[in-house]
Design a binder for this molecule. Structure first.
Ligand code: AMP
Length: 486
């Protein structure tokens, strides 16, 4: 974009346009919010009904990571020597909290609902009791483990193989994207344990001659919340209809949602529910939410949010220096008072930004994780994750900038199709699903997009200038470790 066009945007009339639009967007958002609130209330009522029914039949235990373990070593359990040998080889000296709670119930033959995230040791929590039972049964197609992704399926198979290495375990991984014929041949070798994604195993149940699960004794649904999210519902329903109803079922999930409660009712008998509370917790007075955005409209969504939160103190977090600089410029071009904070600014510039933000001269701070770390930033009203952080600790750190000292706060994450996997990982560590905020209507978005697009082009041009100047001066911030993506 030319400088001329950039300066046109700065003109007052354009600012007025944007302000008018902001008003319009606000009215629309309020209307939509009211409609959605009604729906949420209805859903909550349904959920409560379901919950009451479940509570009547389910025994529940919640464990804190620091609680005393039910058993201290695996030797205390009456496991077969081959299994103990493998556990020793894997150097599992003591059980993890989810194992300590779930394994004794599982060895009693109970169905289990485990609320635990990946990394808690949950795979061994369900694999050990299955292998213990398999040792005496020694029958093919004994256990089926369903997982939402290929990677997770392979990981689960590896754990089974390691734990079953001394007892001659045969296992197979049946996931999409691999050759059906090869898989059919593997299934004909009569494995004891099948780890699979639902769609592909359903394909084999329908098309592979000689393969059936009529003798199945154990069914595990791992990361059941994600299984349901990824639209495996119909395949799961079919599988549940085909396999014997007299079996043991384990359902593991990071979150207990309405859908999962329905699933557990359909397939479990008097289950015991065990939950490990997450060590990563966010404040109760923090309202966290997310907004699904298409990549090309991310800036438009951001400006829409800034309009929504007009006058509030806001920190926008970005992953890179370029994004932080560009976003602060974009907001400024569109009439907001925003300052950047990143590692390519001089120390004096950073302090300048921070002072403006602290004194209220600017109500928006656009910062990278690295630059904001360790800084004394006052509690703010809203945290916006413009880019999703690459790890959950950074997420907790970011949202911890709001809702401090008993004050309420809001955080909102902009999630594009490219961020979904990373975002789901964060949710799984949080142990809960965050509500989705309503998007502005298409028309409003289109109208706003026109202005935002123009301003973005100008912001990109100015950011390039800034980088060029910095290069010439050779004054790149030494303590900045951000990658510079564009
Ligand atoms: P999972 O949650 O099943 O993905 O397990 C996470 C990691 O913890 C894996 O690398 C396991 O090998 C490891 N692990 C599971 N149980 C134990 C244990 N009792 N002691 C030490 N490591 C374990």
């Amino acid at each position: 974009m030319s400088t001329k066009a950039g300066s046109v945007i700065k003109k007052k009339s354009k600012k007025q346009d944007v302000k008018d639009l902001a008003e319009k967007i606000k009215r629309n958002a309020l209307l939509k919010q009211k409609q959605q609130q009604k729906q949420v209330e209805q859903d909550e009522e349904d959920e409560e009904d379901d919950h009451d029914k479940i509570e009547e039949t389910t025994k529940e235990t919640v464990i804190n990571p620091d609680d005393e373990l039910k058993f201290k070593t695996f030797h205390e359990l009456k496991l077969v020597p081959e299994l103990l040998e493998s556990i020793q080889q894997m150097k599992f000296t003591k059980p993890t909290p989810i194992q300590s709670e779930a394994i004794p119930y599982a060895l009693e033959g109970k169905d289990i609902i485990g609320l635990a995230v990946t990394g808690s040791g949950k795979t061994a929590a369900f694999a050990i009791p299955i292998l213990q039972a398999l040792w005496s049964a020694q029958i093919p197609y004994y256990g089926l483990v369903l997982a939402p992704t290929r990677e997770l399926a392979y990981q689960i198979k590896e754990t089974f193989d390691a734990l079953g290495s001394s007892m001659g375990l045969r296992s197979v991984c049946i996931v999409g994207g691999m050759d059906m014929m090869d898989q059919a041949r593997d299934l004909m070798r009569k494995p004891h344990i099948i780890v699979a994604t639902p769609g592909r195993i359903m394909d084999h149940l329908e098309h592979t001659k000689g393969f059936s699960l009529k003798n199945l004794q154990y069914l595990v649904m791992d990361e059941a919340d994600r299984l349901l999210d990824m639209d495996f519902g119909p395949a799961l329903d079919k599988i549940l209809k085909i396999i014997p109803s007299k079996r043991t079922t384990y359902l593991f999930s990071a979150t207990m949602t309405n859908k999962i409660e329905k699933l557990q009712r359909a397939s479990l008998h008097n289950p015991v529910r065990v939950a490990v509370s997450s060590k990563y917790q966010t404040a109760d007075n923090l309202i966290q939410s997310m907004m699904l955005v298409s990549d090309g409209y991310k800036n438009t969504f951001l400006i829409h949010l800034l309009n929504e939160f007009m006058g509030k103190s806001i920190i926008i977090f970005t992953r890179t220096v370029a994004h932080a600089h560009r976003t602060a410029l974009l907001a400024r071009i569109l009439g907001f008072s925003a300052v950047p904070l990143h590692g390519q600014l001089t120390q004096a510039q950073r302090l300048g930004s921070l002072n403006k933000f602290k004194s209220g001269v600017a109500n928006i701070l656009v910062a990278t994780d690295v630059a904001s770390r360790g800084l004394d930033i006052p509690s703010v009203d809203v945290v916006i994750n413009y880019d999703i952080p690459t790890d959950s600790k950074a997420y907790i750190h970011r949202v911890g900038r709001t809702a401090r000292a008993g004050r309420s706060g809001k955080s909102i994450s902009l999630v594009t199709q490219y961020d979904l996997e990373m975002y789901l990982r964060i949710e799984s560590v949080l142990g809960k699903r965050l509500p989705k905020d309503p998007s502005p209507s298409k028309e409003v978005l289109q109208a706003l997009h026109f202005h935002v697009d123009k301003a973005t082009a100008e912001a990109i041009r100015q950011t390039k200038d800034f980088h060029e100047k910095n290069k010439r001066k050779g004054s790149r911030g030494r303590d900045d470790k951000d990658r510079e993506e564009r």
